[in-house]
Write a protein that binds this ligand. Structure first.
Ligand code: AHG
Ligand code: MN
Ligand code: MN
Length: 345
């Protein structure tokens, strides 16, 4: 069976873009290179000093892991070297990263990323990932990237995807013409097409949510969880609960098998936990291209939301379209107002 590598696939599909002169091709290729570098460290984690805390906090006030910072640095270096990316927004950096050198300033694209998603799972050998979202810049070529480049609606993404460092390492991405998955073949060091034209089932029997937060959920979420747990053979209920704690891993399983992932508002987090720019928008682009839905639980398409700030959070409901629609019925009927945090202090 002939193998199609990521680079061959990108070049074959380059013809999809009338204006493409290889720029997006080069950018995606450099993402693949950085992914292989990070994958190498992820696979050695435990043998080299890459586990554990870095002793610093990120802009979100979250403890940074050494691998968070390592991945951030490797992706920034590779994207800068591509010459196609004029700026980067990263979960690990408070402000946008821009470049002074002329080559990257000529870049026509910007990228938002979560360099290492699922950090809490790094030290316990559970699947983690990288998430990326690519836009064409709106600021003039040759200048520094500006904040307006990054605060575009998700519908303006030109490409988005993720790498999952799991039982195998895969890169899954879309450029708006379907979703394709590539598995890294370590024997040749290439990502090879393994999951062409991924379509997510319209219904599923998996629900993913951190039920440890149950008492802090809005009433609609509580009622939907109980709905998932009721016995109803025709709809496949009770559903199976699967929650890994790495968005990339929970998302990827549900993408392939069908399911719903919810990170809702909770008492104290009225916008939920996940970040719009580099977690929700890219995953929403992928799921929509695979035939699913990504919303805020109140019928608002994630990709229609106008970002106001780099690290802004948003409630996230993503997965099989029939399951999202059902969950939103519960939010409408029983409300999505989270309980008051004072009830828990
Ligand atoms: P990150 O490690 O990049 O901060 O992301 C972690 C996110 C996401 O990957 C996951 O779905 C969610 O945090 C899990 O949060 P809880 O532990 O609160 O359930
Ligand atoms: Mn994350
Ligand atoms: Mn992260």
């Amino acid at each position: 069976m002939s193998v199609t590598t990521l680079n061959e696939f990108i070049i074959q599909r380059q013809a999809d873009f009338p204006y493409a002169k290889g720029e997006l091709t080069r950018l995606l290729t450099h993402i693949g290179v950085a992914a292989k570098v990070v994958n190498r460290e992820v696979n050695k984690a435990g043998l080299v000093d890459i586990l554990g805390d870095a002793g610093t906090d990120n802009v979100q006030g979250e403890r940074q892991k050494k691998l968070d910072i390592y991945a951030d640095e490797k992706f920034i270096a590779s994207l800068k070297a591509s010459g196609e990316c004029c700026g980067i927004a990263s979960e690990e950096d408070q402000n946008i990263v821009t470049f002074d050198e002329d080559l990257p300033r000529q870049g026509k694209y910007i990228l938002s990323m979560d360099p290492l998603d699922g950090s809490s799972n790094i030290d316990v050998n559970v699947s983690i990932g990288t998430i990326f979202s690519i836009f064409r810049r709106v600021s003039p070529v040759g200048h520094k990237a500006s904040m307006e480049d990054f605060l575009q609606e998700g519908t303006k993404q030109v490409a988005a995807g993720y790498i999952i460092y799991g039982s195998s390492t895969m890169m899954v991405y879309t450029t708006g013409r379907g979703v394709n998955g590539f598995t890294l073949d370590p024997s040749i060091g290439e990502f090879c097409l393994s999951h062409p034209d991924i379509i997510t089932p319209h219904s599923g029997i998996i629900y993913s949510i951190n039920e440890g937060n149950y008492i802090k959920f809005p009433e609609g979420v509580k009622k939907y969880i109980k709905y998932c747990q009721e016995k109803d053979i025709p709809t496949g209920r009770p559903y199976t609960s699967r929650y890994i704690g790495s968005l990339v891993a929970d998302f990827h399983r549900n993408l392939l098998k069908g399911g719903i992932f919810i990170y809702p508002k909770t008492a104290g987090y009225s916008s939920g936990k996940l970040r719009l720019l580099y977690e929700c928008n890219p995953m929403a682009f992928v799921i929509e291209q695979a035939g699913g839905k990504g919303t805020d639980g109140r019928g608002n398409r994630i990709m229609d939301l106008k970002p106001e700030s780099l690290h802004q959070r948003v409630p996230f409901y993503v997965g099989s379209r029939n399951m999202i629609n059902k969950a939103e019925e519960f939010m409408t009927e029983f409300g999505d107002q989270e309980p008051d945090i004072k009830d828990f202090q």
